[in-house]
Design a protein around this ligand. Structure first.
Ligand code: ADE
Length: 252
């Protein structure tokens, strides 16, 4: 997968060289390019923001540098011979649709993503309007809080997407049981996990996990997932049928 990122803080993306993502880049699974938005300004001060029309606090990112930046990244990506004629543009913003595991799975199927990271009060709305004429666009929020800019949200989205790419995680099974993943445990939070030693500071690993009874282990894990979901995210259970919430599931 090719990923281009445009930001006024390219150094924010140093973590993309660490751990799983760093290895995926070294292995050629991820081809990431980070671009400085100010490279597409034309004035001496490399200005990227201005006061908002209609008044109000803060500054808005000017459309011209963004327009030129997106055009240039598109042209360069095409020259580099990517797997797609246009990227999917992802704009992290608190005003976007909530980013979920479903988005992560859809984005992981794309050959080319382009992240536009805004700062201040956001990017002039005409930039997305103009981009939509040339490429698919997702405006995504990573949660109901306001960050100082789109950079940390882009990092979150890139990590969630990248770990789904074939060859990024050591064990392909490990994405199956993830909280929120599709499958038998879908929309349930993962329950507690344990490793050796079986006894630590007088806390014991639940006996069923040492029993070797795979059916009992699977039932226990599902029960724990339901209990944790009921405690921490009850709204996720609201749409489930009674067979999902029978007495056996709710026994500890
Ligand atoms: N930029 C600022 N806050 C954000 C949020 N919650 N999600 C995505 N991008 C953002």
């Amino acid at each position: 997968m090719r990923i281009d990122i445009v930001s006024i803080f390219p150094e924010y993306f140093a973590p993309l060289d660490v751990s799983l993502l760093g290895k995926a880049r070294a292995a050629g699974i991820l081809d990431i390019e980070v671009h400085q938005l100010r490279d597409w300004t034309t004035d001496r001060h490399r200005t990227v923001d201005d006061t908002p029309y209609g008044g109000g606090p803060g500054m808005v990112m000017k459309p011209e540098p963004w327009g030129r930046a997106l055009d240039a990244v598109l042209a360069a990506g095409r020259e580099a011979g990517p797997a797609a004629p246009v990227p999917r543009l992802v704009v992290p913003t608190p005003s976007g649709r909530p980013f979920t595991q479903v988005h992560a799975q859809r984005l992981a199927a794309e050959p080319w993503l382009l992240f536009a990271c805004g700062r201040y009060e956001g990017i002039d709305a005409r930039v997305v309007e103009d981009a939509r004429q040339r490429m698919p666009v997702d405006e995504l929020s990573i949660g109901d809080y306001v960050l100082a800019g789109g950079e940390s949200a882009a990092l979150v989205i890139i990590e969630a997407v990248s770990r789904l790419l074939p060859g990024v995680l050591g064990n392909a099974d490990s994405v199956v049981d993830d909280s929120f993943a599709a499958g038998p445990m879908s929309a349930l939070l993962e329950g507690p996990v344990y490793t050796k030693p079986a006894s630590w500071r007088e806390h014991e690993v639940p006996a069923v996990l040492l029993s070797g009874d795979h059916g009992a282990v699977a039932r226990w894990r599902r029960d724990q997932a339901l209990l944790r979901t009921a405690a921490n995210r009850p709204e996720l259970l609201a749409g489930r049928g009674p067979d999902d919430l029978d007495r056996r599931d709710l026994e500890v």
